[in-house]
Structures are given as structure tokens and as C-alpha cells.
Design a protein around this ligand. Structure first.
Ligand SMILES: Cc1cc2nc3c(=O)[nH]c(=O)nc-3n(C[C@H](O)[C@H](O)[C@H](O)COP(=O)(O)O)c2cc1C
Length: 336
């Protein structure tokens, strides 16, 4: 069981949690012959069950659901307080109360695993770590294929050992959060094609290549490197079906924004986005504390939802290729 075998086009629509994934986007990619994935981080189990029903109402085609694997690390209260103090002037300007401290949350992980099993979705994919072999086995017993996102060969081996059916090789140019298993870990910074080839050599599992895809030629290069399918996120950000905020959509084509970098400034975990004022001012000081820093900056991001210099503009290095066209057209344009 691989989970990606039914596709007529080897294109996976990346899960994009936090409002970008919508049932409409997931269903549109699947209906176009690819595999649509929905990013279910930040949802409760009940909300996820409702989302799955919404996707099923839109398409009979298979789709996948993606979760963040929780990692509880020791909370560095002093580093959190320093970063909070740094953000206070901006918060004051926006009229936002910054929490003094934030409790750890596992993002309702167990209830979402139960929701996936109850609904018997086609594919469960994971990032930020690997689900335990017990969870993988429970998913398998429900007929669910399991995919683990990795950023180097060592993580691919851990995912294989946990029993996953495929790995998503996330190269350094990928938009959004880095999948690295450890919050504070160094980013291996491996190019997508190189990472795909290395994992193919090291691990006997199908590989889905992700990161920096701009065109059909990029898809062909990644398939030639050994990928079974190619996952795209940034290319879908301007699709009408996506939930991408207006300011984020506009920034992708605004000449003011010229490059992407990885930063811990918004969430405490590394993520790639367009360089704006917030990233320039806070990246160097941001501590590796997740998910508490994500919650800390949440009020600021909500209050400044229309200001591209403040909000997180997640995007991969190929962001200029994102077009405002239906997701089905993006999938068709990438068919090798
Ligand atoms: C806005 C945005 C949100 C993302 N959210 C998730 C997520 O919830 N789960 C996940 O596994 N990957 C997430 N990613 C990463 C994608 O799965 C994928 O690795 C990446 O989009 C591929 O690179 P590209 O953006 O250059 O196509 C996100 C990417 C973006 C751009």
C-alpha cells in the first residue's frame, strides 16, 4: 500500500495548515488526477472530522490529511520572555495583549489520529517528526497509507523504521515550515533533487519530492532523480480555491518582495517565507521554542492580517511562478 498509486498525474497538492488548505483546494487537486492533501494542524479532532466530510462531499477521489507530530521540549522561560519583550512595541502599536506565558499543546494529536481512523482516509501524512510504530500500525489496520516528511537521509531511515509506506523528501527551497524532526535541530539544507536521489539510494520506499517546483521541467527533473510523485505548495497559493489571505497572495507578485529565507521569527520553528520587515527585524533573536512562540505571535498576526510587512508570507524559492489560476490548471500544467 503506497497511497499515491491511484493518481493519473504524479502531482501532490501540499498540505498547508493555518488557513491555506481548504476542502475546495484539496478536492480540486484530487479531482484533477493528482492527490490533494489537507493540512490539519491547529484543528481539533471534531473539526478535522467535519473537514473530511466536506472534502468527501466535493469529490469521490482519494485525498490525504497531514498532521504535525508533537515534540515536547523543555520550555526556556527566559528566552521566551526576552522574545516577548522584543515584540511588545509592535504588539502595543497594534493594540494586542501578548500572553505572559503559553502552555505547551500537542495540537490535539491523539484525537486527530482517532478522527483519521474513524473516517478511514486514504493517506495520513506527517511532518515535524515521525509517528510511533504503534500509531502507524493503527492507521494501517484502518487501511490508511502513511507518509512521513523528511529533510535528510537519517530522518528517512527513522520514518522507514516506524513503518511508513512512503517518504516526502522536503528540500531546502520548500515553502512553509521545515519538516525537521527536532525543533532546535540544524537544517540539513539539501536541494530537493539531491535529497530525492540520496533517499532513493538509502531507503527502499517510494519518494514524493517537495520544494521549489516552478514548472513541468522541474517535475521531470525530480522524477528523473527517482521521485514517484512531486508535491507542490507555493504554486497553489494563488489558486482561487486556496484560503491564502489577500495580503499574502498580493505579496507573491509584489516587486517589493524579492527573496525567501528560513526563519524562526513567527513560530519558533524554521519556516521559509518572503523576507519582510518582521523577518528582518526578529529572525536573529527568535528562540527555538515551539509551539509557544507560534501562539505568542498569533495575536500580532491576526491584528495585522492585511499588512504584508508583519504577517508570515510562507513561500518557497519558486514563488514567482505561482499563478492566479484554478488548481486543476496548475496540476495540468505540471503533468510530465
Ligand atoms: C503556506 C504553506 C503552508 C504549509 N503547511 C504545511 C503543513 O501544514 N504541513 C506540511 O507537511 N507541509 C506544509 N507546507 C510545506 C509543503 O508541504 C511543501 O513541503 C512545500 O510547499 C513544497 O515546496 P514549495 O512550496 O516550494 O512547492 C506548507 C507550505 C506552505 C507554502
Amino acid at each position: 500500500m503506497f497511497g499515491f498509486d491511484g493518481m493519473s498525474v504524479p502531482i501532490v497538492g501540499a498540505p498547508m495548515a493555518g488557513g491555506t488548505s481548504t476542502p475546495e483546494l484539496t478536492a480540486a487537486v484530487s479531482a484533477a488526477g493528482g492527490l490533494g492533501m489537507y493540512g490539519a494542524a491547529y484543528l481539533t479532532g471534531d473539526r478535522l472530522a467535519a473537514v473530511i466530510a466536506e472534502i468527501r462531499a466535493l469529490t469521490d477521489a482519494p485525498f490525504g490529511i497531514n498532521l504535525f507530530v508533537p515534540e515536547k521540549t523543555e520550555f526556556d522561560a527566559a528566552a521566551f520572555a526576552d522574545y516577548r519583550a522584543r515584540l511588545l512595541p509592535l504588539a502595543d502599536r497594534l493594540g494586542v495583549d501578548l500572553p505572559q506565558t503559553v502552555e505547551y499543546s500537542d495540537d490535539h494529536f491523539d484525537e486527530k489520529i482517532d478522527a483519521l481512523i474513524d473516517a478511514r482516509v486514504d493517506v495520513a501524512s506527517f511532518t515535524f517528526g515521525c509517528p510511533s510504530p504503534t500509531i502507524v500500525e493503527r492507521l494501517h489496520r484502518a487501511g490508511i497509507a502513511v507518509s512521513g516528511t523528511v529533510t535528510d537521509v537519517a530522518e528517512a531511515r527513522l520514518a522507514r523504521d516506524a513503518g511508513v509506506d512512503s517518504v516526502c523528501a522536503q528540500g531546502y527551497s520548500a515553502g512553509g515550515h521545515r519538516a525537521t524532526f527536532s525543533i532546535a535541530g540544524e537544517d540539513p539544507r539539501i536541494d530537493t533533487a539531491d535529497l530525492t536521489a540520496r533517499i532513493r539510494d538509502a531507503v527502499d520506499l517510494p519518494v514524493i519530492a517537495a520544494g521549489g517546483v516552478r514548472s513541468r521541467d522541474d517535475v521531470r527533473t525530480l522524477l528523473a532523480a527517482g521521485a514517484q510523485a512531486v508535491q507542490v505548495g507555493t504554486l497553489l497559493l494563488r489558486c482561487p480555491e486556496a484560503g491564502t489571505r489577500r495580503a499574502h497572495r498580493d505579496a507573491l507578485v509584489d516587486p517589493r518582495f524579492v527573496e525567501t529565507i528560513t526563519t524562526r521569527a513567527y513560530s519558533g520553528r524554521l519556516a521559509r517565507g518572503l523576507v519582510n520587515t518582521f523577518i528582518s527585524e526578529h529572525s536573529d533573536a527568535a528562540p527555538a521554542i515551539y509551539p509557544q512562540v507560534n501562539t505568542l505571535t498569533g495575536g500580532i498576526r491576526r491584528a495585522a492580517a492585511d499588512d504584508p510587512e508583519v504577517i508570515n508570507l510562507w513561500a518557497g524559492a519558486g514563488f514567482r511562478a505561482a499563478q492566479a489560476i484554478p488548481a486543476a490548471d496548475v496540476v495540468a500544467s505540471l503533468a510530465p
